[in-house]
Design a protein around this ligand. Structure first.
Ligand code: 6PG
Length: 239
């Protein structure tokens, strides 16, 4: 675990956090489209990024060149309140001129999760332009939970897992997708994340198996003060 990381941490006030996240994502989209004519963006699930997605929808962007993927999905219907797709659809997709064909949801409601994982693995681009991730209080990211065999996966890019955060059955990207991403944005807010953020960013004794967010070695971290309470940072920006 000794290798140095090149994580970049920015600590912001609560309201500025989501504005900054939406601007960071918008900038990445513009840069990717300018460089390659297309942006492959993978969205995080959970509740934290919702406000950032709503603010992202206000940006003038080349939506037809954007392709949206998901870092993980819960095995629930696509219109279920726990669906990451349903959250992103309400916060972003339904508010912008993003072609339906450009939204690549994980069909996690299908009973054959292994087949769904193989299909999503085959569809994912070799490299995402931007991967947005959250962090759980236990240090999980995407649906890579502490102690999960998925953390040791060296061949498959998408796998079915049973996680400790309800709903338990999920499909998730593996560390291969994280490592291949051109850029990673980690978004975390709230005191309940502070210990996991410290372990992920400041504790070299902690392994990715104990704290999967330690896999994130070259990411941009946007944190609010509560989530950053247990780390020493020099890059404070006050709201
Ligand atoms: C999920 C997410 C998960 C999430 C963290 C933080 O599907 O649950 O992908 O990794 O990002 O658990 O969740 P909150 O943003 O709700 O705190």
């Amino acid at each position: 675990m000794g290798e140095a990381s090149s994580n970049r941490v920015c600590v912001l006030g609560e309201t500025e956090l989501f504005t900054a996240a939406s601007t960071h994502i918008a900038t990445a989209i513009r840069s990717a489209v300018a460089a390659r004519g297309r942006c492959d963006l993978a969205l995080a699930g959970g509740s934290t990024p919702k406000r950032a997605y709503e603010l992202l929808a206000r940006h003038e962007l080349p939506w037809a060149a954007l392709h949206c993927w998901f870092g993980d999905e819960r095995c629930v219907p696509h219109d279920h309140p726990d669906s990451n797709y349903a959250m992103a659809r309400a916060a972003l997709f339904d508010r912008v001129a993003l072609p339906a064909a450009n939204v690549h949801r994980v069909e996690a409601e299908c009973p054959d999760r292994e087949q769904t994982a193989r299909a999503y693995d085959a569809a994912l681009p070799a490299r995402l332009d931007l991967l947005v991730l959250g962090v759980g209080p236990d240090g999980h990211t995407a649906s890579l939970f502490p102690g999960s065999p998925a953390l040791l996966e060296t061949k498959r890019r998408v796998v079915a897992v049973v996680g400790s955060k309800p709903p338990p059955h999920r499909l998730t990207i593996t560390p291969l997708v994280i490592a291949a991403a051109r850029s990673v944005l980690v978004l975390a807010s709230g005191a309940e994340k502070a210990a996991a953020i410290r372990r992920a960013l400041s504790d070299p004794e902690v392994s990715p198996s104990e704290c999967p967010a330690r896999l994130l070695r070259d990411a941009n971290w946007l944190l609010d003060r509560a989530a950053a309470a247990e780390i020493a940072t020099t890059s404070w920006r006050n709201a």
